[in-house]
Design a protein around this ligand. Structure first.
Ligand code: ADP
Length: 189
């Protein structure tokens, strides 16, 4: 099972990615988590991207693509994987296509988690109060929403044209959203 999960910042992608990965027995790979781990460890990559994440911008396609290419070639990805936060730009879509072709596999589905914009801003501000991430300030949240709308939302149409899109409402209790996701994905199989 090879899946992508797409949705605006605050849609609950990370939470649902972990649930789905456990359900289907595949690794959840979050580019944001990998960047944050590198920052925490102050690796050369972490030092390079820290200011970009703090400002809410996107890391360059070159850096991000190389990181994902390396990660999905690991043995644990042989049964499949769920990518969370990648691809985010058209260039990344093209690059992912070529990676999958090289590995001789294809995506099974692209999950779009939909949520109301006001709701997601509230969720992120709440996360900030409870000791969340350094990029959860109101200014940065708004910037991340804007970049998402400009750069990433159009990718949903692309995957829609390919017949891969599964749209699921991200509002409600975590377990209910997971149930909806699993039902929608299993209905395709
Ligand atoms: P969010 O839910 O706010 O989108 P993520 O954990 O997915 O959070 O990503 C956090 C940050 O990591 C992004 O704001 C961006 O700076 C960087 N990032 C993650 N994935 C990518 C990507 N595919 N391309 C470029 N930058 C990325």
């Amino acid at each position: 099972m090879r899946l992508l999960i797409i949705g605006p910042p605050g849609a609950g992608k990370g939470t649902q990615a972990a649930q789905l990965a456990a359900h289907y027995g595949i690794p959840a790979i979050s580019t944001g988590d990998i960047f944050r781990q590198n920052i925490a460890e102050q690796t050369p990559l972490g030092v390079e991207v820290q200011h970009i994440l703090d400002a809410g911008g996107y890391v360059s396609d070159d850096i991000t693509n190389a990181m994902v290419r390396d990660r999905i070639a690991h043995a644990d990805c042989e049964p499949g994987f769920l990518l969370d936060g990648y691809p985010r730009t058209r260039a990344q879509v093209t690059e992912l296509d070529s990676m999958l072709e090289g590995l001789g596999c294809a995506l099974d589905a692209v999950v779009q988690l939909t949520v109301d914009e006001d709701e997601v801003v509230q969720r992120l501000l709440l996360r900030a109060q409870t000791g969340g991430r350094t990029d959860d300030s109101e200014d940065t949240i708004r910037k991340r929403q804007k970049i998402y709308a400009e750069e990433t939302a159009p990718l949903v149409d692309e995957y829609g044209h390919r017949g891969l899109l599964v749209r699921v409402d991200g509002l409600g209790e975590v377990s209910h959203v997971t149930e909806r996701l699993v039902q929608a994905l299993d209905a395709r199989r």
